[in-house]
Design a protein around this ligand. Structure first.
Ligand SMILES: [Zn+2]
Length: 230
């Protein structure tokens, strides 16, 4: 085997390191390296100088991949959170709007009996019961709920929104004559046990005003009241 000079070996080291030289040359170089510190040092230097950048490049590439995928993820999650945020915001807005208008318009609270004044309860010539209702607290009334249970007791309950409105001019439903037609109410109550036995004005659990109950004799309506319902 020819002895190689350090100069030749070091010229061939890059090929040796890249493992692209012939097996013969490889063997000769390896043999030289085994005995030559100088060339081994040169090889190590070559390894360092080429390895380091390669590792750095690899690392950089991984980092940039990671960065790219993070960016992509961030972009996607940003879009997703924006959509979620928008949905949440519009839902919240919707709830607030509904709630806001609801508090002013849904008739969900009962007018307290202390604010209700029932007068002139009387019987019209056709048998209907007439009465005058006035709400004394000065708030407007928009809805009256009338419910009769299977016990035959009818509750006529004035209802209001949570935020009630004051009225200067007229109380609408809150100041007028009203009428109850027992005969009509009983047409769908074929079971005698379920026929209307009593009529209250107000809320069931708030000491309502008794307008009429079975066996009660009401005074005849005045001509003025009769005129209201002609
Ligand atoms: Zn050498």
């Amino acid at each position: 085997m020819n002895k190689l000079s350090c100069e030749i070996v070091q010229d061939l080291l890059p090929l040796y390191y890249d493992e692209v030289c012939s097996p013969d040359a490889r063997q000769s170089i390896a043999a030289h390296l085994a005995t030559c510190e100088k060339c081994t040092a040169a090889l190590n230097k070559l390894k360092q100088s080429s390895n380091l950048p390669f590792e750095v490049i690899t690392k950089n590439k991984q980092e940039s991949n990671a960065l790219a995928s993070f960016k992509e993820h961030w972009k996607r999650s940003k879009v997703a959170s924006f959509a979620k945020g928008l949905l949440l915001a519009s839902t919240v807005c919707g709830v607030i709007l509904i709630g806001y208008f609801g508090l002013f318009s849904w008739n969900i609270t009962k007018v307290p009996s202390s604010a209700i004044e029932i007068t002139e309860v009387s019987q019209l010539r056709d048998g209907r019961i007439a009465y005058h209702v006035k709400l004394t607290d000065g708030y407007r009334l928009n809805k009256i709920s009338a419910k009769a249970g299977d016990d035959g007791i009818l509750y006529i309950t004035p209802m209001r929104p949570v935020f009630k409105s004051k009225t200067d001019e007229e109380l609408r439903l809150g100041n007028r004559y009203d009428v109850i037609n027992l005969e009509q109410l009983n047409t769908n109550r074929t079971d005698p046990a379920k026929q209307i036995k009593a009529v209250f004005y107000g809320s069931k659990d708030d000491n309502p005003f008794l307008i009429w109950k079975q066996g009660m004799k009401l005074p005849p309506a005045t001509d003025l009241v009769e005129a209201q319902f002609d």
